[in-house]
Design a protein around this ligand. Structure first.
Ligand SMILES: Nc1nc2c(ncn2[C@@H]2O[C@H](COP(=O)(O)OP(=O)(O)OP(=O)(O)O)[C@@H](O)[C@H]2O)c(=O)[nH]1
Ligand SMILES: [Mg+2]
Length: 372
């Protein structure tokens, strides 16, 4: 009986303390830490509290200043935390110094996001992409892990003469990275063949911040059933479906991974094959959660990521979603401020008919845009 009890008991969630640093903008720091808290929750941690350093420069050795570090140490011990999560990226040396000073595991924002992606990746393609990003992230962080073994140069087996354990590790990681890249290139070639077949049709891609409602809108537009969740990064793969009008006009719509502020650079690079669907689209629909008080900043984040992945700027149509959660005067203000935008509710269906018409209108000038 006892064994059964042990098996059934859920694993204890890791208890985490969040740390932010932001000298200038108090609201921005608060929003960023709210989001970090959601990310930590998505990764399966329990957030006990947060600490922010509002003044002073970034400390090269420990990121936060000595006084703040003392305060953090006291809190971590009082709260009995297992884990400290920093809202910014830390250098490998900073992580080492902080872990030594705090006696707890320390992770940064990139590592947390990578962890969530690893947990959520379901398809072969997204698994390959996440593993590649994780290895690229960890490569410079292997330094020192094997310091104690470095004297044993010239080991047996795979190690070459004079090679240290650290070098062996790096070599293994680099080889794995090369193999992953090859596999991803194969996937990309397959996708490219599919895309070439679809080149005549209008391709619209839904882009936007994570949790903006892209998948819900995709389902509404194409009458599909991709997964929708009130969680960050519910979608990691690109899905494409046809949208056919009553008079047989056809457009292809793609739903894809969402963006977030401080998205790890390695992830953007390794999600190349998924994002290719977006890069190659003729029409970009930028889905914005209009009910989010921070939506303007989030729009800027999405635009910055698009700039990173698109070879040249591309006209984009703004779709303000979740209109059921905003007041009519805000909706009117958005229509006035962003000409040509759509204000819709993917949940109630409000505004979707006009948005469909717009997409089909864009499609109708194309020679093979009609379903046979
Ligand atoms: N009130 C309201 N909620 C919505 C609307 N559209 C989506 N949602 C909710 O917003 C949450 C996120 O929706 P998703 O469609 O998964 O968002 P997403 O942009 O695909 O998110 P990621 O895949 O994580 O990037 C879910 O809880 C949806 O039910 C809407 O028009 N109104
Ligand atoms: Mg989604």
């Amino acid at each position: 009986m006892k064994a059964l009890h042990l098996v059934c008991e859920p694993p204890r969630a890791e208890r985490a303390v969040l740390v932010g640093h932001g000298a200038r903008d108090r609201d921005r720091l608060a929003h960023s830490l709210d989001e970090l808290s959601l990310l930590a929750d998505t990764a399966g941690a329990r957030v006990l509290g947060r600490i922010a350093q509002r003044r002073g420069p970034i400390h090269p050795a420990t990121f936060i200043g000595r006084g703040k570090l003392e305060e953090l140490k006291t809190e971590v011990e009082e709260w009995d935390a297992d884990l400290v999560i920093f809202d910014d990226d830390l250098s490998p040396a900073q992580v080492r110094n902080l872990e030594k000073a705090l006696g707890r595991k320390v992770v940064d924002r990139s590592e947390l996001i990578l962890d969530i992606f690893a947990k959520r990746a379901r398809t072969r393609e997204s698994r390959l992409q996440v593993e590649l990003a994780q290895l690229e992230y960890s490569l410079p962080r292997l330094t020192g892990l094997w310091k104690h073994l470095e004297r044993q140069a010239g080991g047996i087996g795979t190690r070459g003469p004079g090679e240290t354990q650290l070098e062996t590790d790096r070599r293994i990681v680099r080889e794995r990275i090369a193999r992953l890249k090859q596999s991803l290139e194969r996937v990309e070639r397959e996708r490219e063949t599919q895309r070439r077949r679809r080149r005549r049709e209008l391709r619209a891609a839904l882009i936007g911040y994570t949790n903006a409602g892209k998948s819900t809108l995709f389902n509404g537009l194409t009458r599909s059933r991709v997964q929708v969740e009130d969680r960050l990064f519910a979608t990691l793969d690109a899905t494409t479906r046809q949208m056919v009008s009553r008079d047989r006009k056809v457009a292809l719509v793609t739903d894809t991974v969402g963006f977030i502020r401080k998205l790890p650079h390695h992830l953007v690079a390794s999600f190349h094959s998924t994002l290719a669907e977006t890069v190659e689209a003729n029409l970009l629909l930028h889905v914005v959660d209009a009910a989010d008080p921070d939506f303007r900043h989030r729009m800027g984040v999405v635009e910055a990521v698009m700039e990173e992945i698109l070879p040249a700027p591309r006209p984009t149509t703004l779709v303000f979603n979740k209109s059921d959660r905003i007041r009519e005067d805000l909706a009117a203000g958005l229509r006035a401020e962003f000409s040509g935008c759509f204000v819709v509710s993917a949940r109630t269906g409000e505004g979707l008919a006009q948005l469909r018409e717009f997409v089909w209108d864009q499609a109708s000038g194309r020679p093979w845009s009609r379903a046979s």
